[in-house]
Each structure stands twice: as C-alpha cells, then as structure tokens.
Design a protein around this ligand. Structure first.
Ligand SMILES: Cc1cc2nc3c(=O)[nH]c(=O)nc-3n(C[C@H](O)[C@H](O)[C@H](O)COP(=O)(O)OP(=O)(O)OC[C@H]3O[C@@H](n4cnc5c(N)ncnc54)[C@H](O)[C@@H]3O)c2cc1C
Length: 461
C-alpha cells in the first residue's frame, strides 16, 4: 500500500522540523521552498542570523533525537548583560540557578541540520526555488511558480501544511473567506542587524555567555554571540521621529547617534556605518488569525499562523512546539487517513490558538521590559523576591519568565499565573526598597489562596 502523502509549504525552521516529525510517522513528505537551497547559497546579511533557543524548542528537537547534534551549535547565555550609557556593566541572571539558561544558535546552522536530517535520514523530498503563488482552499490545490525553470504549475492533493512564514500566502488567501478573522499588527519600531567581529585572537570581544542589552527607554541594542567569535547585534528603533531609522540618513548621523547612546560599541563595531546602510531594515509583526485551517485540506503552522515580535525569544520555540503538539494530536487521534485530517487540524488549533495569543501578548510586554524596565531598581527587587518565593514554594510560585523559558506549561497558563504573581509581588513589596522585612508568612498565604488551584509546576523544569 502506498504511503499517505503530505505537502509542506516552506522549508524554514517549522517546515523542516515538521517534515521530520511527519516522515518519522511514516508519511511521504514533499516540501516546497521559495528560496534556493541554503546549504549551497550565501544567506543575505541582516536576517536574524542567530536566535535564542529555550526549553520548548529543545524539547521538540529532543523528541526527534536531534538535541545532541544541535548541542554542538549552541552557546549558553546565562543572563542579560546590561550596558549603561557610561559603559558600566551589570549582569542579571535569567534563572534561579545555573541550569536555567538559554542558548544562542545560528539560524542557518540549525535550519541546515533540519534539512539534512529530513532529507538524508527520513527521505523527505525538498523542492527549492518553488514559490507558492496562490491556494485554492476549496479544491485543496496550490498554484506554484518554479523559479528554476520559470514556469507555473498546480500542486494537487491534500493535506497541505503551510509553514510559509509571517507573510504566508495561504493565510492571506484564507483571510478572504467569509467569516475569517485576520489581523497583522506592525510595530512602530523596526530592526537592523550589525556585527561585532571576532577578536584578532579569534575569541569573543565581550562576555560570550550573556545576551547583551543596551536599554535606552524608547529603543535598544542587543547582541547575541556566535560560535565564530562574532556577535550579531540588533538595533530596535522607531521608524520615524527624532531618533529613528527615518532620521539616521547619513554616516555622520549614525555615528553621532551611536556615540551619544551606545559609546562603548563604537570600538566593537568597526564597520558600523557601512553595515548600517548595506543591511536591510526589518519589520516586526504580530499576526492574529482564525481559523488556522481550511477543512482537512490546509493548516497554518509556525509564523504563518501566529507570527510574534521577537522580544521574548519565542517565535521559533513556539513554532517548534507547534510541531511537537501536532505530532501529539496525530498520536492521540490515530492515523487520520484521507478524511481524518480535519479532526486532527481542529484539535491542534484548539490546543494552540489560546497559547499563541498568550505568547504574542507576553512578547509585546517584554519589549518594554528589555528596553526600559530592566533599568528600574524595583524591577530587580521584584525579580529577587520572585526567586525567593520560588525557592520557598517551588511547585506553586515560578516567575513568569521562567515558566515561558524553562518549563513547558502552556503559554496561556504562564500568562494567567503571571498576572496573579505580579499582584502578590506588589502586595509583598509595597514601597519597600529591600527584601529585609518581607513577610513570607503572608506571602505563603497569598500563594496558597490564589495559586493553589492552578496545576502544580514540575520542579524538574
Ligand atoms: C529579528 C528577529 C529575531 C528573532 N529572534 C528569535 C529568537 O531569539 N528566538 C526565537 O525563538 N524566535 C526568534 N525569532 C522568530 C523566528 O525567527 C520565527 O518565529 C521562526 O523563524 C518561525 O519559523 P517558520 O518556519 O514558521 O517561519 P520562517 O522561518 O520565516 O520560514 C518560512 C519559510 O517559508 C518560505 N516561504 C515564504 N513564502 C513562501 C512562498 N510564497 N513560497 C514558498 N516558500 C515560502 C521562506 O523562504 C522560509 O524559508 C526572531 C525573529 C526576528 C525577525
């Protein structure tokens, strides 16, 4: 009997990991990707060269036996290294102990590993330079353009899983259906990537085991380490206004802005003005849409369904968790067969949509935290208190950041707990300037009253 066939659109992070999951379940998988094969093409500069990988992404990779291979691509980031305007550094750990860390990983390196594994270990068929032009949602067919041979053709046969990223053609096609809800919220801020090259000796010029932040209130610069000793630096800035991408139009203006706001980076980024004008300026969008599917014929996954802003470092992690959850739906609902995909897609959407909405909201909130709140001493006091409460009540009180980054509780549950925990922290701290006289007995009572009804958190993380 021939194996059931699944088509995936997009061979980015979600599409290639999903191909592995589906091929592992015995499906015959074809993946169509608009770009050339990244394994023999240079990736253009300025496209989020590295990413923060956390526990949700790691679990999804571990499940298909890839974590060991991925491990060789990672650099541990233990916390945030804050750079103030005077060049003073302060370090804020991410978690309560050395196990609670996140990792910097090369997008290209990770994507290549996924492509190679899918193709060579699982026999997935990849078709590069094949662009989705339109989808016929009723018929379950996709109009494609072959950029290699410059011809158009139609892909027949469903199910089709669209992992074609935040600008998904399939989603835009779905949004024309009656009753469909879709919104793309663009931030007023944009981003630009720059580089701190490796030191002449080959090592990193600044601490490699931290995510560096230059928080400046309305904007910020961040830097994540790469294995070759360099850092990928990202400037997040308003599109228009006095200090903005619109106002930085000359090398002199860029140099003046960096000398004023990020003086310690001038020595670190030697090609600042060249790269500033050569590299593209990227947009950031939150995508909300519903449904994520058209019957059992089409499903949106990853950024195509729920693109989020990058400030919680969760877009890829969430997309990987999608793959893990879709696989669980397949396992729990049994082999769908030609007619059963609708059931599986519906179950997947029911499980994931509230969680995607929750991480979208938390990612937006985290932008304010990263560029501004991290400078406030009360923020640190609350963080210290949150860890102290976690030490005392480890299964009930876990800081929201930790729930998102180091645990697997659904994002929506992390968000709900986060609101209650914030109120408990505010009540305990009041207007105190230190943790010296915190009443932990009252803390324990509040936690028991307000959090005990929630699921207990596994302490293993
Ligand atoms: C600046 C920045 C920093 C980020 N940092 C982090 C981070 O630290 N941690 C984290 O977890 N996430 C981060 N993200 C988010 C992360 O990049 C995305 O969530 C992730 O790439 C989603 O994977 P995806 O496969 O759904 O989409 P993509 O990775 O965008 O893949 C989509 C694929 O579809 C292809 N495609 C698109 N249109 C078509 C078409 N018409 N036809 C055929 N193929 C098509 C594309 O070429 C691409 O290969 C960041 C994003 C940005 C912009």
């Amino acid at each position: 009997m021939s194996r059931e066939h699944v088509t995936i659109l997009g061979a980015g992070l979600a599409g290639s990991l999903l191909a592995i999951y589906l091929a592992r379940r015995g499906y015959d998988v074809d993946v169509y990707e608009g770009r050339p094969d990244m394994r023999d093409t240079e990736i253009p500069a300025g496209r989020s060269i590295n990413l923060a990988l956390a526990n949700r992404g790691i679990r999804a990779l571990r499940e298909v036996g890839l974590y060991q291979a991925v491990h060789d691509l990672l650099i541990t980031m233990r916390g945030r290294m804050l750079h103030d305007v005077g060049g003073e550094l302060s370090f804020q750990p991410y978690g309560k102990n050395d196990d609670e860390v996140i990792y910097s990983v090369s997008r290209g390196g990770l994507n290549e590993l996924l492509l190679n594994t899918a193709q060579h270990q699982y026999g997935v068929n990849f078709h590069f330079q094949q662009r989705v032009m339109a989808a016929d949602l009723g018929a379950g067919s996709v109009r494609m353009r072959d950029y290699d041979g410059d011809r158009q053709y139609v892909l027949e046969g469903s199910p089709v899983i669209a992992a074609d990223g935040s600008g998904s053609i399939v989603r835009r096609q779905m949004s024309k259906l009656p009753g469909y809800r879709a919104r793309e919220d663009y931030l007023d801020h944009a981003y630009k990537e720059l580089t701190i090259p490796a030191a002449e000796t080959g090592g990193h010029r600044i601490d490699a085991n931290a995510l560096h932040i230059w928080p400046r209130g309305d904007y910020m610069l961040i830097a994540l380490p790469n294995l070759d000793g360099s850092f990928t630096v990202t400037l997040f800035l308003q599109r228009s206004g006095p200090d903005s991408f619109e106002s930085l139009t000359t090398p002199e203006a860029v140099t003046e802005f960096f000398s004023r706001e990020f003086p310690d980076t001038l020595e670190l980024i030697p090609d600042l003005t060249t790269h500033f004008f050569e590299n593209s300026t990227g947009s950031m969008v939150t995508v909300y849409c519903q449904p994520w599917r058209a019957g059992g014929r089409f499903l949106l996954i990853g950024d195509a369904a729920h693109s989020i802003v990058p400030f919680h470092g969760q877009g890829m992690n969430c997309a990987f968790e999608d793959c893990y959850e879709l696989d669980r739906c397949l396992a729990e609902k049994g082999a769908p067969g030609p007619r059963g995909w609708e059931r599986v897609f519906a179950e997947f959407e029911t499980r994931r949509k509230p969680n995607a909405d929750a991480i979208a909201a938390m990612a937006l909130e985290n932008y304010v935290e990263m560029r501004d709140t991290v400078r406030d001493p009360r923020f640190h006091l609350k963080k210290e208190l949150a860890w102290e409460l976690e030490r005392r009540f480890p299964e009930t009180f876990v800081p929201r950041y930790s729930l998102v980054m180091f645990h697997h509780v659904p994002y929506a549950e992390a968000q709900r707990r986060g609101v209650i925990q914030q109120e408990i922290l505010d009540a305990l701290i009041g207007d105190r300037a230190s943790l010296d006289h915190i009443d932990y007995e009252i803390g324990g009572k509040l936690i028991a009253e307000r959090l005990a009804s929630h699921t207990r958190i596994a302490t293993s993380g």
